[in-house]
Write a protein that binds this ligand. Structure first.
Ligand SMILES: Nc1nc2c(ncn2[C@@H]2O[C@H](COP(=O)(O)OP(=O)(O)OP(=O)(O)O)[C@@H](O)[C@H]2O)c(=O)[nH]1
Length: 443
């Protein structure tokens, strides 16, 4: 008989069998049989002792006699099942009571098997082996489930299990950070409601979202939109369910947007650069053709800027260009106006849907606004303050016209302003190619 206080711990390499029977003869026979099978054995002659040993050594299988004085087998089994440390150990009853009611009562206590007495030892061994196999596969499954749970819980990505209709069945803890909802709050919500879809009806079902990865905007609980990569994968084992993986790319998108914005800006003056202006002009040019609206181009050049640099230094010249740029920007008030630094000390400004007289008036306002800042240009022969010469060209373009022609005319007007004494505005209306065609037809 094993004393629970001194019972050795079970050897993890060998299956451990606890045999409980009040008849020492039975114990002896069963024990030798189990030892022959290569198992580690523990024995107890009463229910109480069996409980002590089971808690201490946590055997892999318990062979339990039903009829015993004191705590009988049924009650012992109930107590084993009630204790978390021993609840999962399979119990095999051994009993001479073979009535259906006895067998049912045995299984109702939570037993895994019921062997009739007299015991056929080969059969006992086979049933113990079967329980050990079952136990090992259950252990493997629960170990795998534990491992999976740890991975999913510690994942940096948000993981959701969703039904085809979009209803969330499960969410991992990372979803809290991604969406602002605790996992249990997400259960029952619809993924479709969290997605911000520009196209109506685009998220009617997850089939519409489709498998694979796509960039989506998801509404966080704080009301803000987060850019995310959403990867949908059908769970093959369970029809109609999808695994949805969320990867927050908001920061990535923000820096991408910042880069894109930076690519359109002049680094010194922070207004649009030449590339941006050319693309903008192309779009406005086409719109002006469609709507037969006037388009005005302003070209502005700082007067005697070389003298300014030579006298006050290049750094002061840079600050001066920034102030001129700001003045231009302040006059590009409408969304269809765009001020840009076109190169060196030359600036341009586009006024869409603006006739010649309005554009000339705006150009004059810019000229006076620069002069009014009283930026000293000590060696300028034109003025003691920094001044600009401005050319304005206006056209109502047609398909026959070229943007270059508008630029040439605005440049010529600006040079005319320089030639006319600087610090002035010269404006011109560009005759369109259509006028030339009509004139030719007349003569
Ligand atoms: N500080 C500074 N100077 C620049 C920059 N880009 C061009 N410049 C200077 O602008 C000056 C332009 O000189 P010019 O083309 O001779 O014309 P200007 O002296 O303004 O004379 P007018 O145009 O005839 O009135 C040159 O000295 C350039 O070095 C810049 O980014 N910063």
């Amino acid at each position: 008989m094993t004393n629970p206080a001194t019972a050795p711990l079970a050897d993890p390499r060998k299956p451990a069998i606890l045999i409980v029977d009040d008849a020492p003869d039975n114990l002896g026979v069963l024990r030798s049989m189990m030892l022959r099978q290569g198992y580690q054995t523990f024995v107890a002659t009463s229910g109480d002792r069996a409980l002590d040993i089971a808690q201490r050594v946590k055997p892999d299988v318990i062979l339990l006699d039903v009829v015993m004085p004191g705590l009988d087998g049924l009650e012992t089994c109930r107590r084993l099942k009630a204790h978390p440390a021993t609840a999962r150990i399979p119990v095999i009853f051994m009993s001479a009571r073979g009535d259906t009611a006895d067998i049912v009562a045995g299984f109702d206590t939570g037993a895994a098997d019921y062997i009739p007495k007299p015991l056929r030892l080969e059969e006992v061994c086979a049933r113990v082996r079967a329980q050990l196999r079952l136990r090992s596969s259950t252990d493997t499954q629960s170990e795998q489930a534990d491992r999976l749970r740890t991975i999913v819980n510690s994942m940096d990505q948000g993981l959701l299990i969703v039904e085809a209709c979009g209803r969330v069945q499960y969410a991992n803890p990372a979803c809290d950070r991604y969406l602002g909802y605790a996992p249990e709050e997400l259960v029952g919500l619809s993924l479709k409601d969290l997605l911000d879809c520009p196209e109506a009806g685009c998220c009617e079902g997850l089939d519409a979202i489709g498998n694979g990865t796509r960039e989506v905007k998801i509404r966080h609980r704080d009301g803000g939109l987060r850019a995310m990569d959403l990867t949908m994968t059908p769970m093959h084992a369970t029809d109609g369910l999808f695994v949805a993986l969320l990867h927050d790319i908001t920061h990535h998108k923000q820096s991408e947007d910042a880069l894109q914005r930076a690519a359109l800006l002049d680094p010194l003056t922070k207004i649009a650069n030449r590339r941006h202006f050319d693309a903008f002009l192309e779009k406005e040019w086409q719109r002006a053709i469609r709507n037969a609206q006037p388009l005005s181009l302003v070209v502005l050049d700082v007067d005697h800027f070389k003298l300014y640099n030579d006298t006050l230094g290049h750094a002061a010249g840079d600050v001066c260009l920034q102030r001129v740029a700001r003045t231009l920007q302040d006059h590009a008030a409408r969304p269809t106006d765009l001020a840009a630094r076109y190169g060196g000390e030359e600036f341009v400004l586009l006024f869409a849907e603006t006739p010649a007289e309005n554009a000339a008036r705006l150009a004059e306002m810019i000229r006076t606004a620069v002069e009014a800042q009283e930026i000293p240009n000590p060696r300028s022969p034109t003025s003691t303050w920094l001044t600009v010469s401005v050319g304005v060209a206006t056209i109502v373009p047609t398909q026959l016209d070229a943007i270059d022609n508008l630029f040439v005319c605005a440049d010529r007007a600006m040079y005319a302003a320089k030639a006319g004494g600087r610090n002035r505005v010269e404006a011109t209306i560009v005759g369109t190619a259509w006028d030339v065609v009509q004139d030719a037809a007349l003569y």
